[in-house]
Design a protein around this ligand. Structure first.
Ligand code: PGA
Length: 250
């Protein structure tokens, strides 16, 4: 049985002062729940988040990482730097990074391998545009993204990582994929994983849905058989995040 994982992607929001206030407000409300909970915060908030969340079950994630160990890469942050300050997860290949910062399937693959090698858990984002959905190539497109992201990643490492299926047209738009649409693609991703590895490995890898997840739709989405939680943007900055994390009545 896969444990659900619900991660907040804060994007470029929350100065350290604001981050402190939000973490203090949320941490008691989303701690020790039945799912893994992660706050993916801006780089400058990471250390503070790790300190404030010490002793809780909530983990801290970054939103990007560089693929090299160190060197002349002005403005970049290495996987080891993240690991050393207590970061546990890292979002890789978010569609905003693909769209605005030139992230490619190949760079995603390099970052995934580097992150796994230092013990970080990648949350690999894949997902189609509205044009691709309308053209009926969603599954093919997501298959290629997933395949390239995992090139050279052995099964024992793959079991640790997380894949986030985020249709681009659903991100920040209030247009959520229906639970049926989301399940169809997440089930497709699990089939590719079984082709790349084997059924057992595929059954262990967690696949999140992301794109306008809210308190109102979290339960229906997260109860689908192949959806193992969510990557939550806008709503992760609001009190609503508590409702998303506690989507299932106890
Ligand atoms: P959203 O963002 O929940 O605001 O749609 C999700 C994401 O980009 O990870």
């Amino acid at each position: 049985m896969r444990r659900k994982i619900i991660a907040g992607n804060w994007k470029m929001n929350q100065t350290p002062k604001e981050a402190e206030a939000l973490i203090k407000d949320l941490k008691g409300k989303v701690d020790s729940v039945d799912s893994d909970v992660v706050f993916c915060v801006p780089y400058v908030d990471l250390k503070l988040a790790v300190e404030l969340l010490e002793g809780t079950s909530i983990a801290v994630g970054a939103q990007n990482v560089h693929a090299m160990d160190k060197g002349a890469y002005t403005g970049e942050i290495s996987a080891l730097m993240l690991k050393e300050i207590g970061v546990k997860y890292v979002i890789i290949g978010h569609s905003e990074r693909r769209q605005y910062f030139g992230e490619t399937d190949e760079s995603v693959n390099e970052k995934v391998k580097k992150s796994l090698s230092v013990g970080l858990i990648p949350i690999i984002c894949v997902g189609e545009s509205i044009v691709q959905r309308k053209q009926g190539v969603t599954i093919d497109f997501v298959r290629v993204q997933t395949r390239i992201a995992l090139l050279g990643v052995p099964a024992e490492d793959a079991q640790r990582l997380v894949i986030a299926y985020e249709p681009i047209w659903a991100i920040g738009t209030g247009l959520t994929a229906t639970s049926g649409q989301a399940e169809e693609v997440c089930a497709g991703i699990r089939r590719f994983l079984a082709e790349i590895y084997d059924e057992e490995t595929a059954s262990k890898i967690r696949i999140q849905y992301g794109g306008s997840v809210s308190g109102a739709n979290a339960r229906e989405l997260f109860e689908m058989p192949n959806i193992d939680g969510g990557l939550v943007g806008g709503a992760s900055l609001k009190p609503e995040f508590e409702k998303i994390v506690n989507y299932a009545p106890r």
